[in-house]
Design a protein around this ligand. Structure first.
Ligand SMILES: *[C@@H]1O[C@H](CO)[C@@H](O)[C@H](O)[C@H]1NC(C)=O
Length: 182
């Protein structure tokens, strides 16, 4: 009786262990961060398929602002930038490759935070991307995890200058004078 109770409890515990999704390890987080960077510096549909879930969603007012050339349309500034992997692929495939270096990487069980630098000319661009991941093992993929959503913001003013969309205002010659009264 005791034995069979213990056995059932053990089997239950093993069953719940087997179904619990594993957490990201450093290697998983590092592989996903590297491959996310490659989607910007050396894009391919194959890598996008291996790295992003089909339902991938991307939120970035910085990207929306660039798409809108600093205006408010056609992409609503506060809306999603891409609402599926297929849309991400359609938007990314024609883009020129830009340099991308991971500067910092933090992760927990299912989230990766990447601080990155894109050494563009004349102005460097720094940004932060937060990626939520899911355990989705597929034979042949570089990682057993995929990215299902990203929130990313970066220095889109510098990027717009690099694209020639924004012309910097002349440098201020004098410090702003502050008058104290009283
Ligand atoms: C990527 O996946 C889509 C289906 O989601 C498929 O049609 C396409 O052929 C795949 N591309 C590559 C290069 O693997």
């Amino acid at each position: 009786m005791h034995f069979s109770t213990l056995t059932s409890a053990t089997l239950l515990a093993l069953a719940s262990l087997a179904t619990a999704n594993p957490c990201l390890t450093y290697n998983d987080a590092n592989t996903l961060a590297t491959n996310f960077g490659k989607l910007i510096s050396a894009y391919s549909n194959k890598l996008a398929n291996q790295t992003l879930t089909p339902g991938f969603v991307d939120y970035s007012e910085s990207v929306n602002s660039l798409i809108d050339n600093g205006g408010t349309g056609p992409t609503p500034l506060l809306g999603a930038t891409f609402t599926s992997r297929a849309k991400f692929e359609a938007g990314s495939a024609p883009q020129p490759a830009v340099p991308f270096t991971v500067k910092n990487l933090w992760y927990n069980c299912n989230t990766i935070t990447i601080r990155w630098e894109s050494d563009q000319k004349p102005q460097p661009v720094v940004g932060i991307s937060v990626a939520q991941t899911v355990y989705a093992p597929v034979t042949g993929n570089p990682s057993k995890f995929m990215i299902q959503s990203i929130w990313a913001e970066f220095d889109s003013a510098a990027w717009a200058v690099n694209l020639g969309v924004l012309v910097p205002a002349p440098k201020k010659e004098k410090k702003r004078e502050v008058a104290f009264e009283g």
